[in-house]
Design a protein around this ligand. Structure first.
Ligand code: SF4
Ligand code: SF4
Length: 380
């Protein structure tokens, strides 16, 4: 006797998928070529054909909690070989965006990050907060920082910047942690640990090695140049994080009486050089991504979700460079205005990390560790 399996199709979710960038999903006729050519998929319960079937049926619960969509590197080998042009690699990319939205708290902020008016509203929040702080600090003294030496700390002292950005970072950390816990709780049910699972320590080290070498990305053929862009942006971002941390640490060491140099640093100071080299890497990485996405169909279609992240990151770094140039050219108003815009973009990247593509850093890393720990993916 044939068993009946009840399916709860969510047509609203199918519409959301189609609208978010998986518009060719319906062309799939389940030939499984995509799964056969995917260089990453594990032999047991492989992807992405499975996800294509689930997406066509609108099986939202399985899809948003899919571990496999996070193991996919969006290399698009599968999309290149798909005989129907259903673009499974791009479908997996959209699934990741919807997964971030599904687990986000509060979800309304993740929804806002997926629309142009929503992004503008999210940018307006730091624009108002930072603007109000500047007005509050200087309205009574006639904006004296607009004359004399240009130093951004004259407009916003470092402790004031920290008072804005530390709570923003804490908000991002807490919301990301909650979202990740919810995600891992679901995938633990789907993929209970097997005897092939690695010890946690080895899983973390193995996943970290994969991430920092981008080894998995290099196994792909269609989109290999994007691995270069990805590496540049990733290491540039890490360099910027280290630079920002060093600037803050040195500032407070100086405040506590230690004889260390504080900003603004001269051009050839090691901290300045690290910041500029890292910023250049991020800019080049973003530009490579943008140019490839706009000129090479096989590099994958970018969704609004992808574009927002790339452009905000690009503009944050670009305005950082511009603020440096304008400072030394002694253009007071343009310099301070550019620095203000720079802070607004940085706030967006930091505070909304749980709602934008920034969250993929955390989700993908956790999924890679989990896959090794649970025995879902081969260790090799
Ligand atoms: S997405 Fe394309 S390659 Fe994959 S099963 Fe569907 S038709 Fe075949
Ligand atoms: S995009 Fe690449 S990694 Fe992702 S499913 Fe397709 S072939 Fe596999």
């Amino acid at each position: 006797m044939t068993a009946r399996i009840p399916i709860q199709a969510d047509l609203g979710f199918v519409r959301a998928l189609l609208g978010a960038g998986a518009s060719d999903l319906k062309f799939c006729y389940q030939c499984s070529t995509c799964t056969a050519v995917c260089p990453i998929t594990p032999a047991a319960s492989p992807f992405p054909r499975k996800e294509m079937v689930q997406a066509q049926f609108g099986l939202k619960d399985q899809l948003v909690s899919s571990l496999d969509s996070w193991l996919c590197m969006h290399c698009n080998d599968c999309s290149t070989h798909c005989p129907r042009g259903a673009r499974p690699g791009d479908v997996m990319n959209v699934l990741r965006a919807l997964s971030i939205e599904h687990f986000a708290v509060p979800r309304i902020l993740a929804r806002a990050a997926r629309s142009v008016p929503g992004v503008l509203l999210l940018l307006l929040i730091p624009a108002v907060i930072i603007g109000a702080v500047i007005l509050g600090l200087h309205a009574s003294n006639g904006y004296g920082f607009l004359e004399g030496e240009i130093a951004y700390s004259r407009m916003l002292p470092v402790p004031v910047v920290d008072a804005i950005f530390i709570p923003a970072a804490a908000f991002a950390g807490i919301t990301l942690l909650v979202a990740l816990t919810r995600f891992l709780r679901v995938v633990s049910r789907e993929h209970p640990r097997t005897t092939q699972g690695e010890p946690l320590g080895r899983a973390v080290v193995g996943a970290a090695a994969d991430i920092f070498s981008q080894r998995k990305f290099r196994e792909c053929s269609t989109n290999r140049p994007r691995a270069r862009a990805h590496v540049m942006a990733m290491y540039g971002f890490i360099g910027l994080f280290i630079t920002t941390t060093l600037v803050a640490v040195f500032y407070y060491l100086h405040r506590f009486g230690l004889d260390v140099a504080v900003g603004p640093y001269p051009f050839f100071h090691p901290i300045k050089m690290l910041g500029n080299a890292s910023g250049t890497l991020v800019l080049l990485g973003c530009l490579l991504v943008v140019v490839r996405r706009m000129t090479k169909e096989e590099s994958g279609r970018a969704t609004h979700f992808d574009w927002v992240f790339v452009w905000v990151l690009f503009l944050a770094v670009l305005t950082g460079f511009l603020a440096q140039v304008l400072r030394v050219s002694e253009s007071h108003l343009p310099a301070y205005s550019t620095y203000y815009v720079h802070l607004v973009f940085v706030f967006f990247l930091v505070a909304y990390a749980g709602y934008t593509k920034m969250a993929h850093v955390v989700f993908r890393a956790a999924a890679m560790v989990f896959a090794r720990w649970s025995g879902r993916a081969p260790a090799g």
